[in-house]
Design a protein around this ligand. Sequence first.
Ligand SMILES: [Ca+2]
Ligand SMILES: [Ca+2]
Length: 746
Amino acid sequence: MRHASPHHRGAAIDRTSTPDRRFRATRARLFPKGGFFVILLPVQSQALRPYEFVFVAPAGTKSVSVAGTFNGWNKDAHPMTADADGKTYRRRLDIPVGKVQYKFVLDGERWIVDPNGKTIDDGNGNQNTELVILPDGYSQPSSPNDDSLTGSGLLHETNGDWINYDRGRLTFKLRSRENDLRAATLRISALPSGKEAIVPLQRVSRSELFDTWQGSIPWDGKSPTHLVYSFKVESGKADWSYHGTISPPMSQGGFEVKPHELPFLRTPAWIDDAIIYQIFPDRFANGSRENDPKDVQAWDTKPTYSNRFGGDIEGIKRHIPYLKGLGISALYLNPVFKSPSNHRYEADDFRLIDPQLGTNKEFGQLTQSLRKAGIRPVMDWSLNHSSPEFHAFRDVREKGAASPYASWYNVYSYPVRVQDNPNYEAWYGFPSMPKFRVMNPPTQKYLLDLVGFWRKEAPGLGGIRLDVANEVEPAFWRLFRKEVKGQDANLWIVGEHWGDSRPWLQGDQWDGAMNYPFREAVVQWIAQGTTKPSQFLDRLFEVYGWYSPQANRAMLNLIGSHDTPRFRTLAEGDAKLAMLGATILLTWIGSPSIYYGDEVGMEGEKDPDNRRGMRWDLVGESNPVYRHYQKLIAARRSSKALRGGDPVRLGADDSGNTVAYGRVFGKDAAIVAINRSAEARTVKLDLPVSLARKAYVDVLSGARLRAGDSISISLPPYGSAVLTSGSNASPLSSLRPRPKSSAPRI
Ligand SMILES: [Ca+2]
Ligand SMILES: [Ca+2]
């Protein structure tokens, strides 16, 4: 798509006379008084453009706000104001150019799409309104061969969105209009030494609107450094200097940054190598009949929203050998706090293990035993809300406004009524989930103190998954991160958010997020067959491009969870397609999370059916799905490239229905090829230097392959290959000189 959606409204604001305010002042500098030169410069860079949201509310609406990708879907961030007519609500905001999504929020809880906007499905069944804000100048064509530049597409800023530190290198990103530049170069010098480097940038991704260019210099991640830099951008025979403003080539001025002062995201090292297994505690294994609820159901009962199967901590403990044998290294447990529901997402008591699961002591023994077995336990905390039985809310129910806990919740009127349409703020309006005011000091203290409490109670704790984390104030997560990392920098913080999680992964909140956009891409191409290979690979790399490499590695990648239908069921029960999904899950960048039972090919519709009792009878080498998972896990454990390597795009063949990508970590390499067609295919790939001239083993078939500058991979119908480079790479690889780092250390 090249043009603004014809559906969006109110966009006719000032398209020409308002260059981004940050650049207005500097523009004048280019034309010094008395100067005689006149150079036609492109329109200046644009990060934001003003846009007015307009919504005509139904009668009886008390408030309307707009929430979207530009404010982290925060319904409180941007309330709209009613016109004199009392029903037309407006809000003018500066919106990032490019694609954004939003919804209107009525009375703080009803999320609706813009009836006058373009509705899109986010792939998870959620409908959002999509808005495309084009920078100036996009109506003209662009080419890397013409002598012109769409300056409004250029962007770089001196913050963590554009500069990153990871694995010994400082990386700089530059955005340009898609297909506009022939080349881009970073010119950088260090103060006070004046030492300089010229770094040619690589184009690392391309979307409909923008290209992303990137280059890096070595840095140790901590030494104080003062850097001054600018970008040389070239199109056709022309070139320009960009340093916030676009100037004639070789003009003075530059961005300045002290990288040691930037709050780069620092994630636990262990998560880079993790393979996660997710357990819904009531459904994994029943190790003790003594703690069973009175109405416990038979293990193979069809799940309902309320029935219970008696799964418990003892059951998990007894299956540690199974988990260890499977090769997983982290265990994500759905909530275990005392709770009235079988999913336990609303806690009666955040300091007490549900008696139907066991005791705090048993839980501590479990976490210790898991760690001994090389498995880091990850707890699931729902700090957004409590149950109505939580002591604070119970007190408010009993004492009303006089309760010392009244400030812990948003209560609209007293007495509190726990019933439909509750008179207090609740998650999704569910009376069973009264929402905390997490920034209320005593509430905040109670919730932050849980970190220290559970670190003691659950020795070996590896991480915390944050439920509905996009609905909690970012200010709270900033405090939460300080608390967690202050106690143990190795605790992994992973937030639940189903879309683009960039706002939370800037170094001050979470380490990673549930990677539902990844899942959506795999589901659509593999399970449902509704997208083409090229669309699939584009989307995978687009999502990858959202985040820093370390955030990508700390994502919880999944193809199914307690909140989605089982992958195999979405593939209409097809085991081969389920195995292709597993291949991608276990070979893409990010920490793969296996939803219990997927490894034996379990099925289940959307919840609660996706929470069936674990099928222990399906575990065994004769089960091809299980064998496939075993091989993939073993491959990931033995290949540095598969665990932490950067992804490399190799090819997508829409007519053959195949995809291939690589993973590269130093000299270690892997190639993954997927055939989603019913025919056998041979995929021929031209390889970049990082993957070429190596000896590979297909961990799925055992076949040995030797790659030259290209490779041919034979794939069975609905089959895949996972090639990992052996420790002794082909002697051919020594014939080609390795590319030298283009930047000297400064
Ligand atoms: Ca151009
Ligand atoms: Ca039990």
